[in-house]
Design a protein around this ligand. Structure first.
Ligand code: ADP
Length: 408
């Protein structure tokens, strides 16, 4: 367009020159000179304009390249931040098997500390199981999903092929530590086995008694009466066990629903003591309360009542004499509930295990008093859901103190 313009100007100058000669009869050389000068000047102006435009275009192009590079850098940084914040090892391989991106958790899947220098999936610092998995995923170019052991920890390894323009361009591999999940599954299985065992015992007793009572030649009234009493006891035990199992399973959900509100703990303690009054009187055990200040706490009142019933109920179950003292007081940022008894106490080696499901120090005593072995696990689950803690201070033959700390 611009060079075309120059030719138009040249034509214009020629026509102008002809007019000058024709109208003013100018000397031909003068006209030619004027034309050359004018054309040279115009040519120069156009060149300058072209130059300026080219410089402007160049500048714009450079700015565009800069902003694209900045964008790419930012996107790279964002991607790296995302990859780094993923809490398990993640590796991106390109089409040649080179590791083009990884996060710091890669150390978990390495035998040595952190692989140094440019890395390839065959890198020696990776654990052998990792190398094998990466090799399969890279060479087979397909989705792979496998549980592998790395440094004695179980991982779920997942590989996803990456394609660009329908061509294989590497794969994304991640390793998730699943030892906790597997441990949870194991515990679940153990719990089901233990629960079935606990249910089987009273059912077997009931079955045996019903079979004897149903015999045609059975006509012993005294034994029948004794059996019926025993059966009632076993049914009561089954009832408690099933209720406790249901409650524990509800509390074992990842987020048990709590109906928290500001409540006066003194009222909850007094209500629980009232419910257990009959049992305490039967054993001639006194329950004393020692409330040092107001007892307002933010908690689920029904669940906390369950906690107090279980703890005070245990204090009664495992005491044959003495006093049970319940103290409420503030300590720094905690609200503390203490239940102290003068009962049989718990041996040091048993203290850590009494919060485990179905753990009983004295099996006979616990069963005699209708214990399911789930009371303290229920207490622990409720307190965990409240973010509270529980600990025990106990001396065999002297007594036990259960200490609960709720955050104020
Ligand atoms: P259980 O239904 O058997 O009472 P828990 O889970 O409530 O089950 O308690 C677990 C075990 O902890 C009990 O079997 C008992 O041996 C022991 N225990 C709990 N509280 C006390 C206590 N106050 N004094 C002595 N032993 C206790």
């Amino acid at each position: 367009m611009q060079s075309n313009n120059k030719y138009y100007v040249l034509c214009g100058l020629a026509i102008g020159g002809c007019l000058l000669e024709y109208v003013f009869h100018f000397n031909n050389y003068v006209i030619l000179m004027l034309m050359v000068l004018a054309f040279g000047f115009i040519w120069f102006l156009y060149d300058q304009k072209d130059l300026l435009m080219k410089e402007k275009e160049n500048f714009e192009l450079q700015e565009e390249i800069k902003s694209t590079a900045k964008d790419a850098h930012l996107k790279n940084k964002q991607l790296f931040t995302v990859v780094s914040s993923i809490p398990f090892p993640i590796v991106l391989l390109d089409q040649f098997g080179n590791i083009v991106m990884y996060n710091n958790n890669i150390e978990e899947i390495s035998v040595l500390e952190k692989p140094k220098g440019p890395m390839n999936y065959t890198n020696n610092s990776f654990a052998p199981s990792v190398k094998e998995f990466m090799n399969d995923a890279f060479t087979l170019e397909r989705h792979e999903d496998k549980i592998i052991k790395i440094n004695n920890i179980e991982y779920q390894a997942i590989a996803v092929p990456v394609t660009a323009k329908q061509k294989y361009s590497g794969c994304l591999i991640l390793f998730q530590n699943i030892s906790k999940t597997l441990e949870g599954e194991k515990m679940q299985k153990r719990f089901i086995a233990d629960a079935s065992h606990e249910l089987k015992t009273p059912i077997a007793v009931l079955k045996g008694m019903v079979e004897i009572l149903n015999r045609e030649d059975f006509d012993d009234d005294a034994t029948r009466e004794e059996f019926l009493k025993q059966m009632e006891k076993e049914i009561g035990r089954l009832d408690i066990l099933v209720k406790d199992l249901l409650q524990l399973s509800r509390l074992s959900m990842s987020n048990p629903i709590l109906e928290r509100k500001k409540v006066d703990m003194r009222e909850i303690v007094l209500k629980s003591c009232k419910s257990l009054e009959k049992q305490a009187n039967a054993k001639l055990i006194a329950i004393v309360s020692d409330f040092q200040n107001d007892g307002f706490v933010f908690c689920d009142p029904l669940r906390m009542e369950q906690v107090m019933l279980n703890i005070i109920g245990n204090a009664l179950k495992y005491s044959d004499r003495g006093t049970i003292t319940i103290s409420l007081y503030d300590e720094k940022t905690n609200f503390v509930i203490e239940v102290k008894d003068e009962g049989c106490g718990i041996r040091r080696e048993d203290v850590d295990q009494i919060f485990e499901r179905f753990y009983r120090v004295d099996d006979d005593r616990s069963r005699q008093s209708g214990g399911s072995g789930l009371g303290l696990p229920i207490v622990k689950s409720i307190l965990d859901a409240h973010g509270a803690s529980i600990c025990v201070d106990s001396t065999p033959g002297v007594g036990s103190t259960f200490i609960i700390k709720l955050k104020n």
